[in-house]
Design a protein around this ligand. Structure first.
Ligand code: BTN
Length: 251
């Protein structure tokens, strides 16, 4: 169905929004806009991405019209690459909240910010710095009826889980939730976001996981996040490992 950009503009007044029918990746367009001085909160979205970017060198399956594919330009007072792990958590919480609000579903969060329903991923998030600005990329699978075989076991959509959601409503809820959680991070500081994540993710504490690391696999029980937002896993030999990048899966 055609994306009703006007209805979104009405509900997000004053917000810069660029919408494309088809684009390689909204991350590339948003980075360009950031270099040109785009304001905080500017949204770049597309009905379809031909080269959607995922984390860890993966691609992001971006079927036309079936998902919400957006990147935001964020200009925070607290900034720099050190903020990315905490911003990743804040963005994940916002995506989870927006999905709850619009679909009534009850998604989980897997560190750092995969949004899961029934153990399968319905949304993914990445963040990178572009000069002084942070570019946050969010993909939510909304109405996909199926996925390519290679991701069929691990991916799901809101529709496949029984949630009927309009992309426009999801975008408005998401933009508002991001303002809220990034605002909490900026004003109240990391502890508030760490606490929110710990309360809403079943992966934060007491979960047996395996984590693929370069050269080895860490296995153990999660025991919370450190002050920087990294996941701590207590291995069976008692040694605690700090997980700096994703690849967390249930053991
Ligand atoms: C992940 O691997 O979990 C992160 C996926 C992020 C996908 C989104 S879709 C909108 C934005 N544009 C991209 O090319 N990637 C992000």
């Amino acid at each position: 169905m055609r994306f009703d950009l006007e209805s979104v503009r009405e509900r997000l007044p004053g917000r810069g929004i660029e919408w494309f029918q088809s684009i390689d990746s909204t991350m590339i367009a948003a980075a360009k806009l950031a270099r040109e001085g785009a304001a905080h909160g500017t949204i770049v979205g597309a009905d379809e991405q031909t080269a959607g970017i995922g984390r860890h060198g993966h691609s992001w399956h971006s079927e036309p019209g079936a998902g919400l594919y957006i990147s935001l330009v964020l200009r925070q007072e607290r900034r720099g690459a050190g903020m990315i792990p905490l911003a990743m958590l804040a963005l994940g919480i916002a995506a989870q909240q927006a999905i709850v609000e619009t679909s009534g579903l009850a998604p989980d969060l897997r560190w750092p910010n995969d949004v899961l329903i029934g153990g399968k991923k319905c949304a993914g998030i990445l963040a990178q710095m572009e000069g002084e600005a942070m570019i946050a990329g969010i993909g939510i699978n909304v109405s996909h009826a199926f996925f390519p075989e290679e991701i069929g076991d691990v991916a799901t959509s809101l529709a496949m889980e029984g949630g009927r959601v309009r992309r426009e409503d999801l975008l408005v809820a998401l933009a508002e939730a991001i303002e809220e959680t990034m605002g909490i991070l900026a004003k109240e500081g990391p502890a508030a976001i760490l606490d929110m994540f710990t309360r809403t993710s079943s992966y934060a504490v007491g979960r047996r996981v395996k984590v693929d690391q370069p050269g080895n696999v860490v296995e153990g029980i999660t025991c919370g996040l450190d002050a920087s937002g990294f996941l701590v896993v207590r291995q069976d030999n008692g040694v605690e490992a700090t997980i700096l990048a994703g690849g967390v899966r249930p053991a």
